[in-house]
Design a protein around this ligand. Structure first.
Ligand SMILES: [Zn+2]
Length: 259
């Protein structure tokens, strides 16, 4: 059943030199697509690099790493200009959606309502997939849109859902809910894309590890994806070596072979 799931790996726009190697992996059917993570304002070089290869692409918009936090009203202008720049990039490469993070509590002004306001504006520009957050980020900051209940209110009115299994695992642990139950609730919202990186089920925050070191139930994850209409999964490997994709390959092979 594995071969029905389409698997991709992530490459940042700042690492567009890796696309040649990714193309080899596409040709030998290790991967089915590449997810481009837009992380820099100067995108011209990245556009020409990615355009040179005929690979299906998905797109992940700028996020915390680039100072984007759509929940922060103080950053509204820069958030929107950053994201609109990214949308332009996606259009250049003929993408049909862009994944976005829903924002977090960076200062007391930040709110879920602000995220919603920005989402509404962006939904008029381009199709957005909102990624489900963990409850808490790296610095223990509160994050928005972590549960199916919160997300159900905005999908499909303003965006679609990108279901991140790793984030959902942390939420199920925090809620003391069985992962299969929570995943099924997310599945009802009809995700249009999936994300996965390794983690440990006991953790209530992200703890990126290789899939081989993770104790997630990969069979359950495969079952959930196969029940979904869209079966594209980006495996987000915590890559240490920025000049090679070997770590990604190991993660992808591990997922394909896991039972
Ligand atoms: Zn993401």
């Amino acid at each position: 059943m594995n071969n029905k799931i389409k698997i991709g790996l992530g490459i940042r726009t700042s690492e567009s030199y890796l696309i040649e190697r990714a193309y080899d992996l596409f040709k030998n059917k290790t991967i089915d697509f590449v997810e481009i993570v837009i992380n820099q304002p100067k995108l011209k070089k990245a556009i020409s690099d990615f355009k040179s290869y005929k690979i299906p692409y998905t797109f992940h918009g700028p996020y915390e790493n680039c100072g984007v936090n759509i929940a922060d009203p103080r950053k509204e202008k820069s958030n929107i200009s950053n994201i609109k720049g990214a949308i332009k990039f996606v259009k250049e490469l003929n993408g049909n959606f862009m994944i976005l993070h829903p924002g977090y509590l960076e200062n007391p002004k930040c709110s879920r309502e602000q995220s919603l306001k920005v989402l509404k504006m962006l939904s008029l520009e381009f199709p957005i997939l909102l990624e489900n957050n963990p409850f808490y980020g790296w610095k223990n900051e509160k994050m928005f849109f972590s549960t199916p209940k919160e997300i159900r209110n905005v999908v499909p009115a303003y965006c679609g859902l990108c279901l991140d299994f790793t984030h959902a695992y942390t939420v199920s642990t925090k809620l003391g809910k069985k992962p299969e139950k929570l995943f099924k609730e997310f599945l009802k919202i009809k995700p249009l894309h999936f994300h996965l990186s390794g983690g440990m089920t006991k953790n209530t925050r992200e703890s990126p590890v290789y899939l081989e070191k993770s104790d997630f139930n990969f069979n359950l994850i495969k079952t959930i994806i196969l029940k979904s209409k869209i079966k594209t999964l980006t495996i987000e490997t915590p890559r240490k070596n920025s000049s090679s994709l070997e770590e990604n390959i190991a993660d992808i092979n591990y997922f394909r072979e896991s039972k």
